[in-house]
Design a protein around this ligand. Structure first.
Ligand code: GRF
Length: 228
């Protein structure tokens, strides 16, 4: 299968920081490994490394600064999300990719983009929703950890699970070593799931996603996925 057999999917990538997943997706697009193009990179934090890296690649970037929607200690989330939606919609994306975007989005936002919104979460969901997953996995003495790509719904880290990659937790691991091992898998898994969608293999199907026409009852695992 060659990527040029299908119309490239238009991606809006939302970031809040380093942007290593955005870069992995950008690389996969450029090298023709996935049938997609990044049409905008949006950050809610100015000056982050991911924005600079996207600019260097010549990608269109914009910052919708979250902090500028805060006044007298109150965050005006509807106004922030309205500005974010305007920026997203201006680029006419097929898919909106949350790649380390560190904000909880409202039900109105997730409903607006239902079936077009993906997130990557550093745990084997449904285990370890929320923040500080690597710390929590180490504290719990788990033997396995990993990463999940899922559709986003109103439930935090709770939408349909699409793809997962597992990594072992090794003796002597710390947060840095474990998160680096997880991130190597993130950079393979996220482009792959996007490519499944671009090729029509993975479909939202009103919230009961199907892969090759079969309803997904569990996320596809990277080792099986790379074989097929
Ligand atoms: C990743 O670990 C991802 O799983 C989580 O946020 C982090 C973003 O990293 N959602 P980066 O900015 O892509 O390097």
């Amino acid at each position: 299968m060659t990527p040029d057999a299908v119309t490239p999917l238009r991606l809006a990538v939302l970031i809040s920081g380093r942007g290593s997943n955005m870069l992995a997706i950008a690389r996969a697009c450029r090298e023709g490994h996935i049938a997609a193009d990044i049409v905008t990179v949006l950050s809610d934090v100015p000056g982050v490394a991911g924005l600079d890296a996207a600019r260097e690649l010549g990608l269109p970037v914009a910052c919708i600064e979250g902090a500028s929607f805060r006044a007298e200690g109150r965050f005006d989330k509807p106004a922030f999300e309205a500005a974010l939606c305007a920026a997203i919609d201006a680029s006419q994306p097929d898919l909106i990719v949350l790649a380390g975007f560190m904000r909880v989005l409202s039900p109105a936002f997730t409903a607006r983009y239902a079936g077009r919104l993906l997130n990557i979460h550093p745990s084997l969901l449904p285990a370890y929703k929320g923040l500080h997953t690597h710390e929590r996995v180490l504290e719990a003495g788990e033997h396995w950890h990993g990463v999940t790509v899922h559709y986003v719904t109103a439930e935090l880290d709770g939408g349909p699970l699409l793809g997962q990659a597992r990594v072992p937790v090794l003796p002597g691991d710390n947060v840095a070593s474990l998160s680096a091992r997880v991130q190597r898998q993130e950079h393979i898994l996220f482009p792959l799931v996007i490519d499944w969608i671009a090729r029509g293999r993975l479909r939202w199907n009103d919230g009961s996603p199907q892969f090759d026409g079969v309803t997904l009852t569990a996320p596809r695992h990277l080792e099986d996925a790379s074989a097929g």
